[in-house]
Design a protein around this ligand. Structure first.
Ligand code: ATP
Length: 359
């Protein structure tokens, strides 16, 4: 197993800087997920750890050894890509054990090791099939098997589930989580899917435009996002935001005028805001309730989605469109009604004009 350190890591391409001085500590055995919107630099960062991309500035170490100038094959890592890149003419067993063949391991031993790995990935029945006779999820498991058999210190995954349909993604996500529990290796995983990030990660690194926005456990990021970007990115469905103005601050509470329309008061102490500050109130769809509480808000319903176990209501609050509410159970709302809902005030977040969370 291995720890990974990134110190002031910069990546410049010919015409632009894609990574702007990233510092990061990845602990031994940790499952770390890089998440962020398209083009934020997730893959570039992963490829630099793998050695598939040069480092323009700074330093990457694996187990306290600087690897900037070490070839990918000598870093003790194995990488699983979005495209499985299996050899079509080889069987599953030969695909899984190809790295051993290149390393000079004999046929019987290769087969034995392929069988051991196949057991972990529930591929035992498929060892003699060719890739075209497999489903997408099975192919991706073969690609993971090819990485496991090399017994790497570190697994790197670059959006490994993107080519799979929704159901298979969930299934493969569980496989990967189990694999980490069984093997305990250090794993670094790139995805733009925040649900994958939340469910797999010990530690999430949220990236935007080549910089780290926040590093923390999934629940850290969910409950204590540092800024508007992280608050809006982590959590599904996404957090609702309402522009607001501070009208009063007392030692125990803050009063806000929401979007120039509705005055509310929150029991929040020691907030770094003052009267007349322009702020943003953030409330997650699941933190809006029908049970009477102190912050009452009219919700104009537009679309109601009943899923049986839960109900999504989309509409308008204080003139803000695309507002979302997630209620437990099957709720019978009609579209184009105004209903009273309540924000759970302990879960309301306040962001200052710079977008930093101050609550
Ligand atoms: P996605 O989720 O879309 O895969 P990403 O977060 O993985 O995105 P990267 O692929 O790391 O993003 O790209 C980061 C930035 O670097 C982008 O602006 C991209 O255009 C740029 N970039 C990546 N590779 C190169 C390259 N070889 N030459 C020039 N620019 C590049």
């Amino acid at each position: 197993m291995a720890s990974i350190q990134l110190k002031n890591v910069v990546k410049r391409f010919a015409d632009s800087e894609a990574i702007h001085g990233v510092n990061l500590e990845i602990e031994d055995g940790e499952f770390t997920v890089f998440v962020g919107p398209s083009g934020c630099g997730k893959s570039t960062l992963l490829r630099m750890i793998a050695g598939l991309e040069t480092i323009s500035d700074g330093q990457i170490s694996i187990d306290d050894r600087v690897v900037n100038d070490i070839a990918p094959s000598k870093r003790g890592i194995a990488m699983v890509f979005q495209s499985y890149a299996l050899y079509p003419h080889m069987t599953v067993a030969d695909n899984i054990s190809y790295g051993l063949k290149v390393g000079g391991v004999g046929k019987a031993e290769r087969r034995h090791q392929a069988e051991v790995v196949a057991k972990t990935l529930q591929l035992s029945e498929l060892l003699d099939r060719k890739p075209k006779q497999l489903s997408g999820g099975q192919r991706q498991r073969v690609a993971i098997g090819r990485a496991i058999i090399r017994n790497p210190k570190v697994f790197l995954f670059d959006e490994p589930l993107s080519n799979l349909d929704a159901e298979l993604r969930v299934e493969m996500r569980l496989y990967i989580a189990k694999l980490h529990q069984e093997l305990g290796n250090t794993m670094v995983y790139v995805t733009h899917d925040q649900v994958e990030a939340m469910t797999l990660a010990d530690k999430i690194v949220v990236l935007q435009a080549g910089s780290v926005e926040q590093v923390g456990s999934p629940m850290d990021l969910y409950y204590h996002p540092k800024n508007l970007f992280v608050a809006g990115f982590i959590g599904s469905p996404k957090m609702n935001f309402i522009p607001a103005k501070v009208t009063q601050v007392t030692p125990e509470s803050v009063s806000l005028l929401l979007n120039g329309q509705l005055a509310i008061s929150l029991h929040h102490s020691k907030l770094a805001v003052k009267v007349d500050d322009e702020v943003t109130l953030g409330v997650r769809p699941e933190n809006i309730s029908q049970e009477p509480q102190s912050v009452k808000v009219p919700f104009h319903t537009e679309v109601v989605e009943r899923l049986g176990n839960s109900t999504y209501v989309f509409g308008q609050v204080c003139g803000v469109d695309h507002f979302k509410m997630l209620l437990p159970g099957d709720q019978h709302f009609k579209p184009y009604q105004t209903i009273d809902v309540y924000f759970k005030e302990e879960n309301c977040l306040i962001f200052n004009a710079e977008g930093l969370c101050v609550s």
